[in-house]
Design a binder for this molecule. Structure first.
Ligand code: ADP
Ligand code: MG
Length: 141
């Protein structure tokens, strides 16, 4: 387990960190992205998705639990579980459309209890540090 903490002072730096993290990701990997609203979770995922070859605009999923983007040799899944409470059985099954072989998945607001997320490759935690500063902790399991 390794822990790495950085501070960014603009969205571009957070995107760049996402891109840097993407370089170590492989097929089937899951990245959990935690932090309060507006800390830059989606911004970080956008940087990672770009680096993985996603060309479509990366936006917050709002009408479904996630988006799936074609990337270079894989799909990038971007889930946001904010609006979900503890996952009901059917919702947990929906997750399997986004996870596993053929995808690299980023999950905002993951639920602690989801067994699907137990083997996550990275846990990224973002926090506000005033104005445009963000503290970003990256834990590698
Ligand atoms: P979340 O997904 O955590 O709710 P978003 O990435 O959607 O957050 O939004 C973050 C907002 O904060 C954006 O408007 C972005 O431009 C702004 N912002 C300002 N400074 C930073 C920073 N250092 N890193 C990331 N986003 C930042
Ligand atoms: Mg978001």
């Amino acid at each position: 387990m390794s822990v790495h903490v950085v501070e960014t002072s603009d969205p571009a730096a957070t995107e760049a960190l996402g891109a840097q993290l993407a370089a170590d990701l492989h097929d089937g990997d899951i990245v959990l992205v935690r932090g309060e609203l507006g800390t830059g979770k989606t911004t970080l995922v956008r940087g990672a998705a770009r680096a993985l070859g996603v060309r479509d605009p990366v936006t917050s999923p709002s009408f479904s639990i996630g988006h799936r983007y074609r990337a270079r040799g894989t799909y990038v899944s971007h889930l946001d579980l904010y609006r979900l409470g503890p996952l009901a059985h059917e919702e947990a099954e929906l997750l399997s459309d986004y996870l596993g072989p053929g995808s690299i998945a980023f999950v905002e607001w993951p639920r602690e209890s989801e067994p699907e997320f137990a083997g996550a490759r990275l846990l990224v935690s973002l926090a506000h540090r005033g104005a445009d500063r963000r503290r970003i902790k990256v834990e590698r399991g």
